[in-house]
Design a protein around this ligand. Sequence first.
Ligand code: ADP
Ligand code: MG
Length: 708
Amino acid sequence: MLEKTPDYFNVTDIFGENVFNDSVMQERLPKKVYKKLREVIEEGKELDLETADVVAHEMKEWAIEKGATHYTHWFQPLTGVTAEKHDSFITAPMPNGKVLMSFSGKELIKGEPDASSFPSGGLRATFEARGYTAWDCTSPAFVRQDAAGATLCIPTAFCSYTGEALDQKTPLLRSMAAINEQSLRLLRLFGNTTSKKVTPSVGPEQEYFLVDKEKYLKRKDLIYAGRTLFGAPPAKGQEMDDHYFGAIRERIASYMKDVNKELWKLGVSAKTQHNEVAPAQHELAPIYAEANIAVDHNQLVMETLKKVAGRHGLYCLLNEKPFAGVNGSGKHNNWSLTTDDGINLLDPGDTPHENIQFLLVLSCILKAVDEHAELLRESAADVGNDHRLGANEAPPAIISIFLGAQLEDVLKQLISTGEATHSIEGEMLKTGVATLPDFMKDATDRNRTSPFAFTGNKFEFRMVGSKASIAQPNVVLNTIVAEAFAEVCDTLEKADDFDMAVHDLIKKNVTEHQRIVFNGNGYSDGWVEEAERRGLPNIRSMVDAIPYLATDKSVALFERFGVFTRAELESRVEVEYETYAKTINIEAKAMMNIAGKQIIPAVIKYATSLATSVNAVTAACGADVSVQTELLTETSTLLAEAQTALKKLHEVTEKAAAIEEGRVQAVAYRDEVKVAMDELRAPIDKLEMIVDKDVWPMPSYGDLIFEV
Ligand code: ADP
Ligand code: MG
């Protein structure tokens, strides 16, 4: 029996204890109200104010029991992080000077934050700056407790006065409605009359770095940019593969334990944790959930990783590329489609070649991803992710699909003979050790280099950046697959011979879109050339990806399914260009500051000490000073290079900042400012290798990633 120390806890006791979840609702709400709310949640019915009033009251009582003094609408504007504005539950003081605690249905359903400062890409002129937040009752409210107190958080969508989406959640909910409708059409055609709802299931694997907080505070680049802007490579990198899945050190394990505890209380099913490839890099994966809950939970995961780090004297870096030359961080977005009665549309079953519904779904996904590869690539575009995509440890910027040997073989049969008659089966894997069990090999191996891989009963989209919301990739996945489903349904609903028509559609989709399938090594140079021959797009930077969001093709797709209007898409394009320009501007300014005020002065000090040594030794005995002289010459040359590059960076940054916001400005930041940043970094990283460690003004890469 484990001794119950003060920090002992039972997971099943604490799981979801801070969530206003179904069991709490069932327990606390009058039966009629509970039933109405369930209908709203499950069938998307409208919530009347009377019901909302009762729900709000009970929610408040429950939250106050958990110590909450405030409530907030918790929403996800286009800043990439969540936003909240807290209001206390108190009412105006009564004549006796006391206050009541109240929370009305109106306050629960709708909020009106003064939201003029959130990015809107011109959708909301400042004269009508109001934005509205509306309760998403499909994602449960929760109480966040920490040293700062406790707050009732109500997941909400965020729209403009005229109803345009200003956030991540609104389009996500719209895209979920679209994929639900089209999936149900498809299921009905295959004779399923019982499933009522189809939802995308999403399980995001979150990668992150942990560094020591004291050291973090000595790195202005980490503070301002979230990634290092200077830094010579350490003597040891990740070449020994000794960190990946390595034993988790006690300091980190105790951090992870706290993270899990916080997340479990919030109903986030944190499941897997391990060390990742790079030193100081780790991963957390929850059990998959409905897309909008998975998106909300991922925000809570990121928030919790950061918050808990502080308590352990650590700092959590979520940037996609905190350290040059070291593995970056991504977020593998596992995606599938599940019915309310538990059927996974992406489950091939034991004999995929016979499962024609599965083959049709699969062929639709091939078509969707091939036809909208640019859009999918765009959904993973992020300033930090530019350093990762195309670099050799991450999926390349080319979208392709990995299916594995078994499915690829089925597709080959379909393409060549129009018929699939067999499926490759998994063999027995013989361990050769009598005491170990022999087991069945999966018919499909893993491929770690594919950006979009079929992994048994789901697709894993691996391009997504570690810091970004996973809403956008899921919006795109849901919508493009809805379109492909709609097209086959249009044909099948009119078909005389259903089986024949399904067969023809599978063959057509697979034949026309086979170029998107690639089972080889996605990190090889050969693949880049091969992809070009196949005509697959290779979009190397965020700035090049952004325009695909609002092409006529994208507008037609999103408008058809009511996910985005043209105006909403165009506004997002503006927001992304602005985000890009502002981020690079911050990085450039941070670099100039660090180089000008910390590094160059330190190097001068070091050069001076060398010069003093040369003079002193010569005067004293005339001995050999060639080492000092050589170092001094090298240092002075690099110092001059750095100073020239610094001046250039000043100039180009000023020039770019003066350009009007939009594409031209973003291009200037990418083509001029970023280039000048690299030019400044080069001599400084060389100097770091020469200059005395005691004078170097900040911790090195080695200090940061090996001494956590
Ligand atoms: P990997 O071996 O790919 O690193 P992990 O266990 O770290 O796998 O993560 C896999 C993720 O995929 C988990 O979040 C898991 O819940 C999720 N997942 C599993 N099945 C499905 C499914 N059918 N649909 C969506 N996500 C799924
Ligand atoms: Mg994993």
